[in-house]
Ligand binder design. Structure first.
Ligand code: CO
Length: 170
């Protein structure tokens, strides 16, 4: 495994629509392992392949499935070609940051629950139901595959206070 360099704005790879993953070979497994290590080292709760300069539809997320439970264990998700197939009508505002946009946060309103379809690291189909922060992380990472950044969706963007920084979503 290796830690890869995280690409930051205004690198144009962050604005490109990423290519579909079609080959689930050893190179892809290596990229996945590197993305997991890079996310953990940052540290962050999610990372999309364009953020390490690879314009492919691949995301990793590590966050509890249900963060309302106390001490809920983190769960690692690796999803290739993720698609949001269902969103709840209920939305929620939350404060987001991004490893590719250092020093800024923004308030973003997103659906509270989503259903994601995609493929696991072996290419097998997966379906994930997510709510709350986990749903927000998935939406943020999937946006990266379309070249969309949280600052595009935010109603306001600002430099966080140290207290806000401690609770950030990457
Ligand atoms: Co991001």
């Amino acid at each position: 495994m290796a830690i890869r360099e995280i690409v930051t704005v205004p690198d144009e790879v962050l604005r490109r629509k990423a290519r579909k993953v079609t080959v689930f070979d050893a190179n892809l497994q290596k990229l996945i392992e590197d993305m997991i290590e890079t996310m953990r080292e940052a540290p962050g709760v999610g990372l999309a392949a364009p953020q390490v300069g690879i314009s492919e539809r691949l995301i990793v997320v590590e966050y509890p499935e249900n963060d309302e439970e106390e001490d809920a264990p983190k769960k690692l998700f690796v999803v290739a070609n993720p698609e949001i197939v269902k969103v709840s009508p209920e939305t929620e505002k939350g404060i987001e940051g991004c490893l590719s946009i250092p020093g800024l946060v923004g308030e973003v309103e997103r659906p509270l629950q989503v259903v994601i379809r995609g493929q696991n690291r072996r290419g097998q189909p997966v379906r994930i139901k997510a709510k709350g922060w986990l749903a927000r992380i998935f939406q943020h990472e999937i946006d990266h595959l379309e070249g969309i950044l949280f600052t595009d969706r935010a109603t306001r963007v600002w430099k966080p206070t140290p207290e806000e920084e401690a609770t950030l979503l990457d």
